[in-house]
Design a protein around this ligand. Structure first.
Ligand code: ZN
Length: 205
């Protein structure tokens, strides 16, 4: 195992650096992952360009990246469902406490949630990264790492189509043909929409 952990670190607005960080040790309920594919989200670009997204402000260096898949190389002492060699996709949001949101099945809304590459939490655009084993999902053999990294953005499309009540025969308008618009299009089709219209800009600046 290479001992270098090359990482993409955002230091401040417009100040992106490649740095070598130590390879982290997994805690009892964590796994150490060798990262394979990490998408670059609009939010990563936004933090780089603006140093903030709304109330989330970069105050100290942060590793970017949250759309990710990798291979397990080490497991913590309490981890039983994953083993070295397993290929996984990462759920980047990990609740820190069993609050009312967690108990209601909406841990993603927990105000204290850990979320990769949302200040101050480090992301996984790096070679080695530790993550809660319970929030790593094993990939079937027929799903590539690249596809694994697209599961997080795909889930955004699934959530959007569920909220919109897309079903057989729906007519759907998607505003914006970026990556999230396109995964929403795929999901709308899969949910049975018969007509999907997507807006786009053919005159980019
Ligand atoms: Zn994203």
């Amino acid at each position: 195992m290479a001992q270098e952990n090359l990482s993409v670190v955002l230091h401040a607005k417009g100040d992106l650096r490649l740095e070598t960080r130590p390879v982290p040790e997994p805690g009892p309920n964590e796994v150490l992952l060798q990262m394979h594919s990490v998408g670059i989200c609009g939010s990563d670009v936004h933090y780089w360009q603006n140093g903030r997204i709304g109330d989330f402000v970069l105050k100290k260096p942060m590793v970017l990246g949250h759309e990710a898949a990798g291979r397990v190389v080490k497991v913590g002492s309490a981890v039983t469902h994953l083993k070295p060699g397993d290929r996984v996709a990462i759920e980047p949001g990990v609740p820190r406490e069993m609050d009312e949101f967690f108990k209601g099945g909406q841990y993603n809304l927990s105000p204290t949630i850990f979320f990769c590459a949302t200040p101050p939490d480090d992301g996984n655009l790096c070679r080695y990264y530790t993550h809660s084993a319970n929030f790593c999902y094993k990939l079937p053999d027929n799903v590539t790492f690249e596809e694994g990294a697209l599961i997080e953005p795909l889930s955004v499309g699934i959530h959007a189509c569920r909220r919109a009540g897309v079903t057989l025969g729906s007519t759907v308008l998607i505003c914006g043909a970026g990556p999230i618009g396109l995964v929403s299009l795929l999901v709308a089709k899969a949910m049975g929409a018969s007509k999907v219209i997507i807006t786009g800009n053919n005159n980019p600046k």
